[in-house]
Design a protein around this ligand. Sequence first.
Ligand code: SAH
Length: 465
Amino acid sequence: MDYLPIFLKVQDRPCLVVGGGKVAARKVALLLRAGARVTIISPQICDDLLQKAEQGDVLHELRAFRDTDMDDKILVIAATDDEGVNRHVSRLAGERHIPANVADNPQLCNFIMPSVIDRSPVQVAVSTGGSSPVLARLLRARLESFIPAAYGRLARLVDEYRQDVKRRFAEPAKRRYFWESILQGRVSELLFAGQEDQARRALEEAIHDTDEAFAAGGEVYLVGAGPGDPDLITFRALRLMQQADVVVYDRLVSEPIMDMVRRDAELIYAGKQRDQHTLSQESINELLVRLAREGKRVLRLKGGDPFIFGRGGEEIETLAEQGIPFQVVPGITAAAGCASYAGIPLTHRDYAQACIFVTGHLKDGTVELDWESLARPAQTIVFYMGMHSIPVISRELIAHGLPASTPVALVQKGTTREQRVYIETLASLPDVATRKSLKPPTIIIVGEVVSLHEKLDWFHGNQLN
Ligand code: SAH
């Protein structure tokens, strides 16, 4: 270890920053966040620091550094563009045994500043020993994605109940087991989902319950997996995927996404292919209830967003009726994902002031859609599950007043490496199935915005296919 990692208390204590540029401003911001009393010495000062000085957040003297500036300071940072001054400050601090940091010059530092993931009171600091701040920042970004934003709140909640738990479980091993189950289970998930009152109640119940009771308590996570590209799932979805005991998934959930699920989780395929549902909706609803009742953390993983043509509502209705705790994690819906990856803005000031998502899955082949309102100008229509209704869509939209030349995009397997985009018009749409071998899932986008594809197309997936 080249350095000793420590967290230094600077609250209400005098710290010195020599230099008044942008780099100094960054360091000052960090010191202020930690509650330090900051004095800045610099003949010039940037607007940001000037503003802070005027607000009284920092003391500032508009002049060159003098040795006496270091008197009584507990920490010094030099961030000037004058190598001589930086060197002098560093040497002087060394003689006086004051921790000193010189920006971008690890040789002159006797402490270095890490990249910080701040979930106060939880903090994670990353350092590369000064060798590559960029690498430290990249690492930090990775860690950010694994540490939920609400970690700070979780730590504060734990702190509040620490003494209660200590009284309840005198034995350290039991206490550790208790906290482990709380921090990996329902209490923390409730908190991360913004349900702070319920989290508190669940924690209190767990403290006053018998030893075994708190460990049980299944729950369901209804999670949107997005349209296919695994990079498009949310941080929360990823975390829940990695802690679920059972995963009930649909056909639409792509293979690379399934690969990210916890290795030893039980996988249950719920199907959902047109006209051949592997499990009926009722049996999926019941399955979720049963698994949660067994005390399992159940991940119900759906393509796109669970509340957009995903029957997510029906599934959690049953859970709510049965008193099973659940949370819903949104995903990027196919319309948004496919449109972005096809370079088709769904709204545009010149072409579309509204966008409508509709299902093209017409019950018994009958037309239940309000074609009149769909065929209005200056709006984009996105048809989900529309492949088998292509002739109806084309015919009805033209019959209700849209020009036959209105551009239409078919986006097949959007956001994946196999994405294909076919540009048609309402008139040519019915022939498309005979000319191309269309594969599900495909989404249909109708409207003038489709014409932007030619200019804005940027994603080319796997060029080899
Ligand atoms: N809940 C999902 C939609 C489920 S309905 C969501 O929010 O995206 C299934 C329909 O979604 C498919 O018939 C198809 O029209 C569309 N779809 C889903 N993923 C798609 C993809 N990667 N590319 C194109 N269309 C997709």
